[in-house]
Design a protein. Structure first.
Length: 259
């Protein structure tokens, strides 16, 4: 795959993850219920975990100078994401009664909560764009898998963000507009990542390891705890099946892209 083809795939993946996911989330929000969001989140968990352990880490281990270099980079990435989340620069909410951004806590803070979500989501989308660029520049198959994992994660995230913005006092039109503008940050990140990483190919393995760290952190530290709020037997069965389906989707995409 030449550089022009790589750029095209990067832009397409970033548009799908940053723009189309917002439009789909807005459509789903018309009939969103508390029971539906966790179903989407369960699939996203499986896709993220599948991408990390079936595709991204094996590739990183092959390309890096040592396994310790990969695991050390991942450890640093996880700690960095923890700090960023603590600073409210990066916070994902996947249920509308999230403790960090509960729109029902303190009525006069509703608009502020929505604004914080937009700031954090814009930063997150920009970073995701850079990670998509790094994955495609490293390997076409890796780019497809990483993009699918990010896109499946974006849909439930944007759905929950959209619902929170509505509860924060934004009109449906403004919520859609601001979410779309936030989503465009992914395209910007992808283009900037492509331009910056092309002459610095030695950085790609490290960024791939950071991509794995970000996906693992989001799945384990953010999404899975939200699923534990539904502890019933049937909820657990549904979540487990959808997580398995998410993992299987990554495996299938990886096999198809590898032929």
């Amino acid at each position: 795959m030449n550089s022009v083809q790589a750029l095209v795939w990067i832009v397409v993946a970033c548009v799908a993850g940053g723009v189309l996911s917002v439009l789909l989330a807005a459509l789903l929000s018309l009939g969103a219920t508390a029971a539906r969001v966790p179903l989407l989140v369960s699939f996203a968990v499986g896709a993220l975990l599948g991408a990390v352990f079936l595709e991204i880490l094996p590739y990183a281990f092959e390309q890096a100078s040592s396994i310790q270099a990969v695991t050390g980079t991942m450890l640093g990435g996880i700690l960095a994401f923890f700090v960023l989340e603590k600073l409210v620069l990066w916070r994902h909410c996947h249920v509308k009664d999230c403790e960090a951004h509960d729109p029902h806590d303190g009525g006069h803070d509703h608009f502020r909560s929505g604004s914080l979500i937009l700031i954090g989501d814009t930063f997150h989308n920009f970073v995701d764009g850079i990670l998509i660029a790094a994955a495609f520049l490293a390997d076409f198959q890796l780019g497809l898998v990483a993009s699918l994992a990010i896109i499946t994660h974006e849909i439930p995230q944007e759905l929950s963000n959209f619902v929170i913005l509505l509860h924060s006092g934004f009109s449906r039109r403004k919520a859609l507009l601001y979410n779309l503008l936030s989503g465009l940050a992914m395209v910007l990140g992808g283009v900037i990542g492509y331009g910056a990483l092309t002459p610095l190919t030695s950085l790609v393995p490290s960024l791939v390891a950071i991509a794995a760290a970000s996906m693992l952190y989001v799945a384990v530290a953010d999404l899975i705890p939200g699923l534990h709020r539904r502890a019933g037997l049937m909820s657990t069965v549904h979540q487990t099946l959808l997580i398995g389906l998410g993992v299987a989707s990554i495996w299938i995409v990886g096999r198809l892209a590898g032929h």
